[in-house]
Design a protein around this ligand. Structure first.
Ligand code: BES
Ligand code: MN
Ligand code: ZN
Length: 493
């Protein structure tokens, strides 16, 4: 899909479909007024007749209006200007692209950044690109015949006035983020028998091949052993698939500039191990590598943008399976940090692979480390499928991430890392145990990671509720690529 910006009078724009807004009560947007003037008030008539009330997210398609260059006109209801919020903006955009995708138009011109759709043109354009790309995405990589591709290929964001100078930059960044999300979704949706740790390593190496700015290296189990990653290796023991520790180094700035490190949980299938999960919906545990996939998607996006920043992606990836050699409840392992861990539940494996990856990350002398993980079912209970959980050992970083979440509508909610929770991880036999009980399960998981991140500024994102959708619309969401990419864009300024 191609996106562009163009200033033009609405009636003169040649396009498969021109999209203009109508407010509730019948007031026409500036672009709709231009069309109305050119087509001898046909739009006014349609509104007067009650075919388009302007109710938010309602749509009406009109064909071949005289005096208008575009083949079709799509009227989109904007609701009451006073009631506009981010949720209605997104509802309007979703309905717009749904209506466009129901037409045979190959290209469309949308007057949606001028007025009415959102409070800020930059915000609207990002959401429009994300939604258009989302609706064009097909999870057909494993089907014998590809699904019918979207006909809509070219989208022009049209403006009646001169567009703001920064709009083009925003558009290019949004397109790169959308490409990154699509990559993340594709990886997430692949089944566990295809998307193995080896497969993720191959994808990471391919990313390094495709972009001169990315250097990928893959550490095998032998190398991990040498580094003393007893915690990470304890998780992969039951699996026949070899574990990998993938590193992607993106160099966009001076070598001396400290990098931001993104660490993504890459459990390509989480059966729970000996603490086996119940059968219902266990297939969804193929999504337990979505943290890793979001790191790959974000690295791709920033490489495409050519962001002036140094970023390192670190991906510990393995399977969590039962087996004769698998780690057992009660086993005690030594992490790379030297701290010992009593594994009381082999299903709390994410923190076990992350803690060694976090210790490893210190070698990059990081400015900031952010880990991304489908870490706890408790996070889904706490925040549902709307916000990702966020923890940080530095308030400024927390605020920067919260802001990036708002800018991209890829929202997060901060949770406490207070020491009051730490005693829940005390073990009788080791330095700590890997679970803290049912209460505050998302928090104790984060507190566990905090014991390995004392040397640097750090944030943890629990994306268990936001990385994929269940049920009829089952599929990866591509989150939190927008959040991460926007945070990095802001840091590059
Ligand atoms: N990958 C799961 C977390 C998860 C579960 C994400 C369901 C999304 C939906 C993680 O490895 C896990 O199994 N966590 C356990 C921890 C518990 C044993 C302390 C959980 O949440 O049940
Ligand atoms: Mn688990
Ligand atoms: Zn898991």
């Amino acid at each position: 899909m191609e996106f562009s910006i163009k200033q033009s009078s609405a009636e003169k724009l040649r396009s498969g479909c021109v999209v203009v807004g109508v407010f509730e009560g019948g007031k026409l947007s500036a672009a709709a007024q231009q069309l109305d003037k050119a087509d001898s008030q046909q739009i006014s008539k349609v509104v007067k007749n009650g075919d388009m009330t302007g109710k938010a997210a309602s749509t009406l398609l009109l064909h071949k209006l005289t005096g208008i260059e575009a083949e079709r006109v799509l009227l989109v209801g904007l609701g009451k200007a006073s009631e506009l919020n981010n949720k209605t903006s997104i509802d309007i955009l979703r309905a717009t692209f749904k209506a466009l995708n129901d037409t045979p138009a190959k290209d469309a011109a949308l007057y949606i950044t001028d007025e009415g759709v959102g409070k800020d043109a930059n915000w609207v354009i990002k959401q429009a690109v994300f939604i258009a790309s989302e609706q064009a995405y097909r999870a057909d990589g494993m089907k014998s015949k590809p699904s019918k591709a979207a006909t809509l290929k070219n989208i022009t964001f049209a403006t009646t006035d001169k567009p703001a100078a920064n709009l083009k930059t925003t558009l290019d960044q949004a397109a790169a983020i959308a490409h990154g999300m699509s990559f993340t979704k594709t990886l997430g949706n692949l089944p566990g028998n295809i998307c193995t740790p080896t497969y993720l390593a191959t994808q990471a190496l391919a990313l390094g091949k495709a972009h001169k700015s990315i250097k990928t290296t893959v550490l095998e189990e032998k190398g991990m052993q040498k580094l003393g990653m007893g915690s990470f290796l304890s998780v992969t023991r039951g699996s026949v698939e070899p574990a990998k520790l993938i590193t992607l180094e993106y160099s966009g700035a001076d070598k001396k500039q400290k990098p931001i490190v993104l660490v993504g949980k890459g459990v390509t299938f989480d059966s729970g191990g000996i603490s086996l999960k119940p059968g219902a919906e266990m297939d969804e545990m193929k999504y337990d590598m979505c943290g890793a996939a979001s790191v790959l998607g974000t690295m791709q996006a920033i490489a495409e943008m050519g962001l002036k920043l140094n970023v390192v992606g670190v991906i510990p990836t393995c399977e969590n399976m039962p087996g004769g050699k698998a780690t057992k409840p009660g086993d005690i392992v030594t992490s790379m940090s030297g701290q010992t861990i009593e594994i009381l539940n082999t299903d709390a494996e994410g923190r076990l692979i992350l803690c060694d990856a976090l210790t490893y990350s210190a070698k990059f002398n990081p400015d900031t480390v952010i880990d991304i993980a489908t870490l706890t079912g408790a996070c889904v209970i706490a925040l549902g499928h709307v916000a990702s959980g966020m923890f940080s050992n530095e308030e400024k970083l927390a605020q920067e991430l919260l802001a990036a979440g708002e800018q991209t509508h890829d929202r997060i909610w901060q949770m406490p890392l207070w020491d009051d929770y730490q005693p829940l991880l005390d073990s009788n036999f080791a330095d700590m145990q890997n679970i803290g009980g049912r209460a505050g399960g998302t928090i104790t998981a984060a507190c566990f990671l905090a014991r390995f991140t004392k040397e640097y500024r750090w944030a943890h994102l629990d994306i268990a509720g936001t990385a994929w959708k269940s049920g009829k619309d089952k599929g990866a969401t591509g989150r939190p690529v927008p959040l991460l990419a926007q945070y990095l864009i802001n840091r590059a300024k």
